[in-house]
Design a protein around this ligand. Structure first.
Ligand code: NAP
Length: 293
């Protein structure tokens, strides 16, 4: 079975590629090279996806996107090109090759007024990123597909040329620097290795429709940060509680976009609680000697 993963050098893509390593996996990237081969270098914004079609994939996992929420707001045309137009071309390739399509989406399709969102709950994005990702979701319904929504991914690996929130925080605390963390923005932080194993199982079972694959705990950034500090024996008094309305973001954010993961609890690889996931993160970091050297 041939699996093509777009965004293969990204925070999720890198781990997705690893989770499928016993299949024939081809990672598609533009600037951030995945750690496994073979791969295909392709600027998806060219909208020429023939090289993907020529691979005759059985499964396409479309994880590439413009994920910078403020950049999407500042450059809506670019956001539309990468998140909507590229997805439309991916759908065409899936149709032509008869491939099962998995579209990685986001908790930001919700407005965040309530939280604990189930798969069938009403969507109502509050920013360009969420809007364009939701348009992508609607496009993939045309083919044999699964939409997977996740929330605040983190992991032991830097990806796409940057640290994720967990690595950034650990480095700051280790350097003795103060950080602000929001007490009133709630998400479902998701360890990327836990995500990838759940995704692999969902693909193997050919689950269709919409599925929330995220961490089981719904927490604020502040609670997430404190739990990180405690797990790694770092000074939690360096973390200042901050508030949503103090932030000078360009794009609006949903306040509570946490995801209900009851459906995913029926998988063999279940959504981890925050404490389980942070213990696993620590194990991964120590095994690879990251951050501490
Ligand atoms: N990060 C989050 O907070 C979050 C939350 C929920 C859901 N998601 C979704 O999860 C998926 C994966 O995101 P991530 O967190 O892994 O983010 P990421 O690290 O930013 O990965 C996104 C990838 O998209 C690729 N990409 C962007 N423009 C491209 C282009 N023109 N041609 C080819 N590839 C291009 C980038 O590859 P290059 O660097 O090689 O250009 C990048 O590696 C996305 O669909 C995102 O919407 C993310």
């Amino acid at each position: 079975m041939r699996v093509v993963v777009t965004g293969a050098g990204g925070l999720l893509g890198k781990r997705i590629v690893q989770a499928f390593k016993d299949y024939e996996v081809v990672g598609v990237y533009h600037r951030s090279q995945p750690e496994t081969s073979p791969f295909l270098v392709l600027d998806l914004s060219s909208l020429n996806l023939r090289p993907i079609e020529e691979l005759s994939p059985d499964v396409i996992i479309h994880a590439a996107a413009l994920t910078d929420v403020d950049k999407c707001e500042r450059e809506p045309d670019l956001a539309r090109l990468l998140n909507v137009d590229v997805t439309r071309e991916i759908v065409k390739v899936s149709k032509r090759t008869n491939a099962f399509l998995v579209y990685i989406s986001t908790d930001y399709v919700f407005d965040g007024t309530r939280g604990n969102y189930r798969e069938e709950d009403e969507t109502n994005p509050v920013n360009v990123y969420g809007l364009t990702k939701l348009e992508g979701e609607k496009l993939v319904r045309d083919v044999d597909s699964l939409v997977v929504r996740t929330s605040t991914p983190y992991g032991s690996n830097p990806a796409s040329g940057k640290d994720n929130f967990a690595l950034w925080l650990l480095k700051k605390l280790k350097a003795g620097e103060r950080v602000n963390a929001l007490v009133d923005q709630v998400t479902s932080p998701t360890l990327n290795t836990n995500f990838s194993l759940m995704l692999r199982e969902a693909v193997d079972r050919r689950i269709k429709g919409v599925l929330h694959l995220a961490g089981r705990s719904q927490v604020s950034r502040y609670e997430f940060s404190l739990a990180l500090a405690r797990t790694f024996g770092l000074n939690e008094t360096l973390i200042n509680p901050a508030h949503f309305n103090e932030m000078k973001w360009f794009a609006r954010r949903p306040m509570n976009s946490s995801l209900n993961v009851s459906k995913a609890m029926s998988l063999e690889h279940k959504p981890m609680s925050l404490q389980e996931a942070l213990s696993e993160l620590r194990r991964e970091i120590e095994a690879n000697d990251i951050v501490w050297k």
